[in-house]
Design a protein around this ligand. Structure first.
Ligand SMILES: NC(=O)c1ccc[n+]([C@@H]2O[C@H](COP(=O)([O-])OP(=O)(O)OC[C@H]3O[C@@H](n4cnc5c(N)ncnc54)[C@H](OP(=O)(O)O)[C@@H]3O)[C@@H](O)[C@H]2O)c1
Length: 275
């Protein structure tokens, strides 16, 4: 039996659907499992009482980010401790591209990779590149102008569906061959890199990026969660510095099809809606 965590999320739902389509027995672990019927299993990484992994051979652990590091570390530690105690055979963890070490949310991913390495579990790490959809949304034009401070830096973004397809491939391989992908760390950045200026051109918008300081000041005026401004600023500055432009990737080797057009995916995600 396989189990996907975060199964209601945008990545987790795609992975779960892919494993179902592949005809594999798979549970949907979620804080809101009702939508999955009999396949749903209540799983809240903040609540140890819900961490029942009985009968799970392959756990696809979708990172539960979007919180302070101490919260994310505790979530991941809880579920990996439960996996160790309950005899899970293999954990497939969705991590972050190695080029992303300067991102604010990298720490929780690197900690989890180390936690896996010192566990008694078999594991595979999928170091996901930044989502093309996220790049498009962050760069989306306001009143015909792209102001996001990505500078001239390019980003090797990747379509979420490609990352889900890789996770499905790896989890399915592991389900049929316990020795497959053991101890492997796959780098899954996109295979093409593109800039906010290219996105602006595709949207027919002007590209007039503000400074990082101006953006930080603007974020301070929004009602964001306390951890969010630092997380967002790290994305702007890391892309602007060109540190996420590398396109060396295991993606083509793990996909059964050519990588999706990440630029088109980003353009669609950030396209101005109908007025
Ligand atoms: N590569 C990138 O560009 C990038 C960018 C941002 C974030 N990420 C990471 O990738 C993950 C998946 O991305 P996404 O786009 O699918 O995000 P998403 O749509 O926001 O889904 C995140 C899912 O995390 C699960 N989650 C949150 N708190 C949880 C908890 N306490 N216990 C169990 N599950 C919890 C939830 O699943 P349920 O609702 O089913 O419980 C939620 O739907 C994120 O959580 C984050 O760690 C990656």
């Amino acid at each position: 039996m396989l189990l996907v965590t975060g199964a209601s999320g945008q990545l987790g739902s795609r992975i779960h659907a892919g494993l179902v389509a592949a005809g594999l027995p798979v549970l949907a672990g979620s804080r809101t499992p009702g939508a999955f019927g009999a396949a749903g299993r209540l799983l809240d990484l903040d609540d140890p009482a819900t961490l029942d992994l009985t009968g799970v051979g392959v756990l696809v652990l979708v990172s539960a980010g979007y919180a302070e590091d101490d919260v994310v570390l505790a979530r991941h530690d809880r579920v990996l401790t439960a996996a160790e105690r309950q005899g899970v055979g293999h954990v497939v963890y969705t991590s972050l591209t190695g080029a992303g070490d300067h991102l604010g949310f990298a720490l929780a991913h690197r900690w989890t990779e180390r936690r896996l390495a010192r566990s008694g579990l078999r594991w595979t790490v999928l170091r996901n590149g930044l989502y093309a959809e996220l790049f498009g949304q962050l760069a989306a034009p306001q009143d015909g102008v792209v102001t996001a401070p990505f500078g001239t830096g390019a980003l090797a973004a990747v379509a979420r569906q490609d990352l889900a397809d890789v996770a499905v491939r790896v989890a399915a391989d592991v389900a049929t061959d316990p020795d497959a992908h053991v101890g492997r760390v796959y780098e899954l950045a996109g295979t093409t890199a593109f800039t906010a200026a290219q996105l602006a051109r595709a949207w027919g918008a002007e590209h007039r990026p503000v400074t990082l300081g101006a953006q930080r000041a603007a974020l301070a005026g929004l009602h964001l969660l306390p951890f969010q401004p630092a997380m967002l600023m790290s994305m702007y500055s890391t892309v602007a510095a060109g540190l996420l432009a590398g396109t060396g990737s295991d993606l083509p080797d793990l996909l059964a099809h050519p990588p999706r057009d990440a630029l088109a995916t980003a353009v669609a995600a950030g396209a101005p809606g109908p007025v």
